[in-house]
Every structure is written in C-alpha cells, then in structure tokens.
Design a protein around this ligand. Structure first.
Ligand code: SAH
Length: 231
C-alpha cells in the first residue's frame, strides 16, 4: 500500500472510532487489516478510504460506506470460531471484514471460523472471488452464486449459523434464514422499500423464539430472489 493510502486509512479509522462506529479491539484490528482498495471497482482505488459507498461497475450495486461496514461488524457481536452467512457478497469487502473477526489472520488456523457469502449477480461472484483470493481470504470465505434468501444449503432446516447478515433490503426476514440461525444467534438485515430502510437485529433465544429490534435507518439496495422484491 502506498503512503498516501496508508495515511488516509489511518485517518478514516480514527474518525470511525471518534464517531463511535468502531468500538472494540477485534473490529478495529479487522478494519486496519482488510485492504478496501483491493475490493473497490478498478479506477476507484484512490477513493477507498473516503467514507462513502462506491459503485460496483455498471452492475447497479454498491460497496457499502466504511462506517456502515464498521457498524455492522460491531452490531453482530462476532467471536473467533463462529460460522457466518452473508447474503449479498458484492465486492467481498464486508465478507473479508467478517472473516477477519471470526478467523483473524494472526491466529492459528485451527481456531478459525468460516464465512459463507451468497451473491445472485454472476459478474459480482467472479469479482468478489478474485478480490478475496488475491487478499488471502479464499480459505476463510466461501462465495456461492445463487439466491441467498433461500439460505445455504438452500432451504435446509438445520440451525447452521451463529450470525447471518443481509446486505440488501428485504420485504421481511426470509423464513429459511431464520431456520438456519442457531439458538442464541443474531441476524441483521435492512427491511423495507424506498431510499431509507430499517436496519433490524433479530435474536433467536434458547427456546427458538425470535425477538426483533430496530437499530437505525439505512440505505441498501433491494434484495432480489424468492424472498426478495418482485420487479
Ligand atoms: N456486502 C457487499 C455490498 C452488497 S450490495 C460489499 O461488501 O461489497 C448488495 C448485494 O446483494 C448486491 O451485490 C446484489 O447483487 C446482492 N443480492 C441482492 N439480492 C440477492 C439475493 N437474493 N441473493 C444473493 N445476493 C443478492
């Protein structure tokens, strides 16, 4: 990384800490570790450490703003060794941050958790795979081309994941994803249509009951697929 980018990255991290988006040591470490400039669309590298979403070519999709990525990893309360499912891989940047939290680079591989990330757009699947493999995340993140609203494996009723994150706004929490969340697990999703949606946190308690809490207003792209929006 050149000095200019390194300086911008440190400045952004300090700002995200000051603004309260980054709060915990593991999340700050993850943020410092993952090179956002290697996940943005070619030509956008110099904007990698501005706190703004960036377009992913002409796919109509975007890589979320750094403060949102930071907010999400903090809100998910991640721990080393967890299994995480992400719906909407996009660039792969958020998936790399998740991986760095559940499978930190400086920790023995035997303690690593794993991230499964599903993307519906074929071009972005290839883009994300390339980004994740050249930054060393290919063995901590599995990228799958498909409809993430069905979960992974699709429609499995097994409680597989400690954490689930949707990075596209759904009409309601997709039922298959609630089923695949472990007891004690947390699912975070933007819900609703229009420019601003509600980011909600769903917790599944030890009896399998669901509690939903509103976190904040957010702007994500719409979820497609079986539990997504009909066009
Ligand atoms: N997390 C991404 C940004 C996600 S943008 C990043 O870090 O770059 C939201 C993504 O969700 C888009 O790439 C879009 O194609 C994808 N998407 C929308 N509906 C989907 C579905 N049903 N299954 C999987 N991916 C979906």
């Amino acid at each position: 990384m050149d000095d200019e980018l390194r300086r911008k990255k440190l400045k952004l991290v300090r700002r995200l800490i000051r603004e309260g988006y980054l709060r915990s040591r593991p999340c700050i470490k993850a943020f410092l570790k993952v090179p956002r400039e290697r996940f943005v669309w070619p030509g956008y590298e110099k904007y990698a450490y501005q706190d703004t979403p960036l377009p992913l070519g002409d796919t109509g999709q975007t890589i979320s703003a750094p403060h949102m990525c930071a907010y999400l990893i903090e809100a998910m309360n991640l721990d080393v060794g967890m299994r995480v499912l992400e719906i909407g891989t996009g660039s792969g940047y958020q998936a790399a941050l998740l991986a760095e939290c559940v499978a930190p680079s400086d920790l023995n591989k035997s303690m690593w958790g794993h991230v499964v990330s599903i993307e519906i757009d074929e071009e972005l699947v290839e883009f994300a795979k390339r980004n994740l493999s050249r930054t060393g995340y290919y063995n901590r993140v599995t990228v799958i081309h498909g409809d993430g609203s069905l979960g992974w494996p699709p429609l499995s009723n097994e409680e597989i994941y400690d954490r689930i994150l949707l990075t596209a706004a759904a009409p309601d929490i997709p039922t298959p994803l609630v089923k695949q969340l472990k007891k004690g697990g947390i699912l975070i999703s933007p819900l609703g249509r229009g420019y601003l949606q509600d980011l909600v946190k769903v917790v599944k308690d030890e009896n399998g009951r669901i509690k939903k809490d509103f976190l904040l207003k957010v702007a994500f792209v719409p979820l497609r697929g079986r539990w997504g929006w009909r066009r």
